[in-house]
Design a protein around this ligand. Structure first.
Ligand SMILES: [Zn+2]
Length: 411
């Protein structure tokens, strides 16, 4: 039995409660035993590892509700040129950057297979705990169909990563069963085209309402949730009507879509950072030409609509789409959530407690409370007075995951 005691810091525990100054956190092995003011702690009379927070802020490990840990910019030519093994080795670095940015748990929105999750869980790779969707369901010619007009199919392909293109009622039902068989813990559905698509546009609806109903139903038989990539208005509404658990991106949502999302208690994962960086990359000419037009157009519309969604009281989860953009910039999303209306404390909750709820892992992670896994971040700066500071990994001093210190910057 091993005890650790984090002391000399201000605790923001992720419950939404006010910060506690001079707080301590007592951890037994990998579980939090106590978190609160120092004077009410009964310290066990045994050897204790003391971790000095250095007067910084102590927060729960962050949860990124939407990233692609295996992706490095979705450059199609990589799939053609690179040996498959390189793809996995690159992901090792992606994971290190992510956890060192303060993200201890992530929902992978497509590409990571079950073995990647296992490698992290078994401690072979240092990285965030993963909830995996494996392969996102896509219609023929849709957002995750990599069949080119040349006739070549350049999708990544190997055992354990089922092909995810499907059509028709029986086709989509079978495909849900296949991704669940491969270990999907959430079913990802492409209900519209995308910015990085070769064959479509973000506004296009994909899958019929009937197909979406069947996908949600079949996942529901196993108690598995669904997440819908949706930019276009109709695609958002179709997904909401089918009862998905979260809408990803939500670019062109209108008042009617907002009302549907609210009524059904669907979470929205705005991924503001990918829109911002895509636009910057389009302006500097560093993304493929087929993405440029959409990338330039979409950011302002998206931001306007996310402000509306926030005002309407929609529950928002911090998600980034890292992988489409560079890894390790995850917590820049917190500042962007504040740009659409959140207070810093709300942004922190969207990346901790609320994100954990969306993953269904709220009993294990998301707050610093007794009984939870010891996923802890210690920052050099005060996120309540400078939320943007968390977007710089240099300000993330300590990262602890499951009771183990992953990062500890020298003073
Ligand atoms: Zn994505």
């Amino acid at each position: 039995m091993k005890y650790s005691l984090i002391h000399n810091g201000t605790l923001i525990d992720g419950t939404g409660n006010q910060p506690i100054y001079d707080a301590v956190i007592l951890i037994k092995n990998n579980i939090i035993e106590y978190a609160g003011p120092e004077d009410s702690l009964h310290i066990p009379k045994t050897k204790i590892r003391r971790i000095d927070a250095g007067g910084g802020h102590i927060l729960p490990g962050f949860v990124d509700g939407h990233l692609h840990i295996m992706a490095n910019g979705f450059r199609m030519e990589d799939t053609i040129h690179n040996p498959l093994s390189l793809y996995f080795y690159k992901a090792v670095e992606n994971m290190r950057l992510t956890i060192e940015a303060g993200v201890t748990t992530a929902r992978d929105a497509g590409l990571a297979d079950y073995g990647v999750k296992m490698a992290v869980d078994q401690g072979l790779i240092v990285g965030p705990r993963l909830q995996v969707s494996i392969s996102p369901l896509s219609i023929t010619g849709g957002h995750f169909d990599f069949w080119m007009k040349s006739g070549f199919d350049i999708k990544t392909s190997y055992p354990g990563y089922p092909d995810s293109v499907c059509d028709g009622i029986s086709g989509v039902r079978r495909k849900v069963r296949e991704v669940l068989r491969a270990g999907a813990e959430v079913v990802k559905i492409m209900t519209t085209g995308g910015v990085m698509s070769i064959n479509d546009r973000p506004e296009f609806s994909q899958f019929s309402p009937e197909e979406l109903n069947v996908i949600v139903e079949e996942a529901g038989y196993r108690g598995v949730g669904t997440m819908a990539h949706a930019h276009g208005t109709e695609g958002i509404k179709n997904a909401a009507e089918a009862g998905v658990n979260s809408i990803e991106h939500g670019t062109y949502l209108d008042n009617e879509a907002l009302a549907m999302i609210k009524k059904r208690d669907i979470y929205l994962v705005p991924t503001l950072i990918v829109q911002k960086l895509n636009k910057e990359h389009a302006e500097s000419g560093t993304i493929p030409e087929y993405m440029v037009e959409d990338a330039l157009k979409i950011m302002d519309i998206h931001r306007r609509n996310m402000k509306k969604a926030y005002k309407a009281g929609v529950t928002m989860v911090m998600g980034t789409d890292c992988g489409v953009i560079e890894h390790g910039v995850n917590l820049q999303e917190l500042g962007l959530l504040c740009d659409v209306g959140m207070k810093p404390m709300e942004a922190i909750l969207s990346g901790t407690k609320i994100a954990a709820q969306r993953l269904g892992w709220q009993d294990k992670i998301g707050t610093i409370e007794p009984g939870k896994l010891a996923d802890v971040v210690i920052t050099k700066t005060d996120p309540l007075s400078d939320i943007n500071s968390l977007g710089n990994p240099d300000n993330i001093k300590v990262v602890m995951k499951d009771g183990r210190i992953i990062k500890d910057l020298p003073r």
